[in-house]
Design a binder for this molecule. Structure first.
Ligand code: ADP
Length: 254
């Protein structure tokens, strides 16, 4: 059994403010297929705030409203996952973590016992940051770094990030048409890790920096990361099921 963590971002999971049901189904189908190929899969999923907003359209610009929307949306998100996993005869489960869980060895060990037990029973754990109780300074703020910690502490060999971008490029492909895909990356420079997200920085637009920080953390802990498209799952499927690296970026220490 090979244990992997799959992280799906809110860009992939939502469409015009609502949960993109067809894409969610494609993701669930992929997980069902991976389980049939002897993978143990832990899912890290965003989308609670967007799901909550479909039920109660509060203004998302305040932190308090976002916390409230997460509380409203999380059960709806899980209900949608449950219905989709049931189509494949699978059970899923909800595990909400806050960043401080990773600081004290004790808590995370308890969580790992629960995760191991769920996986032994073929149940898919669906993890999200517990936005409703997270104190501002503790918040990971993005599920990229949360999922890297999840992969490390729950002993997964690889983190798969399904993004709105299909790979890591030598520069932002949304701004430079001559950007080239990097198929394998074994080292990330300090400049790349610290790049600030400013409009003039050709490198650090979007959320690529948190993805590089996650990849760096995992490589330092002898784990791997694969970044691929969450809109078109053919690259990640080819990589995990057929062992063919046709698209996407593999972050792996030499
Ligand atoms: P997610 O869908 O996981 O939330 P983000 O939108 O946060 O992803 O981050 C991906 C974005 O990062 C891409 O859409 C792209 O515009 C931007 N980006 C900036 N630099 C790069 C790069 N070197 N390679 C790939 N994407 C990059």
């Amino acid at each position: 059994m090979k244990r992997i963590v799959i992280k799906v971002g809110s860009h992939v999971l939502t469409e015009v403010g609502a949960i993109a049901s067809t894409r969610m189904l494609a993701l669930v189908q992929l997980i069902a297929e991976l389980k049939a190929h002897k993978y143990e899969v832990i899912l890290v999923s965003s989308g609670a705030v967007a799901a909550g907003h479909t039920l109660l359209p509060l203004d998302r610009s305040s932190v308090a409203n976002k916390q409230a929307l997460a509380a409203i949306g999380q059960p709806l998100l899980l209900k949608m996952y449950q219905e989709k996993f049931a189509k494949f005869g699978l059970l899923c489960s909800q595990v909400l973590l806050s960043a401080d869980v990773f600081d004290s060895g004790g808590h995370i060990k308890h969580a790992k016992v629960a995760i191991d037990t769920l996986l032994e029973n073929s149940v898919v754990p669906i993890i999200n940051e517990n936005d409703t109780v997270s104190v501002e300074e503790l918040v990971f703020g993005d599920n990229d770094r949360l999922s890297a910690h999840v992969a490390h502490h729950f002993d997964a060999q690889m983190l798969i990030i399904l993004s709105d971008i299909d790979a890591f490029y030598d520069k932002d492909p949304n701004r430079y048409s001559d950007a080239k895909r990097r198929a394998v990356v074994s080292e990330i420079s300090q400049d790349e890790l610290e790049a600030e997200h400013t409009p003039n920085n050709e490198f650090a637009t979007g959320g690529i920096v948190t993805k590089l920080q996650s990849a760096d953390f995992l490589m330092k802990h002898n784990r791997e990361m694969f970044l691929a498209s969450g809109f078109d799952l053919s690259d990640v499927k080819a990589f995990l099921v057929d062992g063919e690296h046709t698209g996407g970026t593999l972050f792996k220490k030499l």
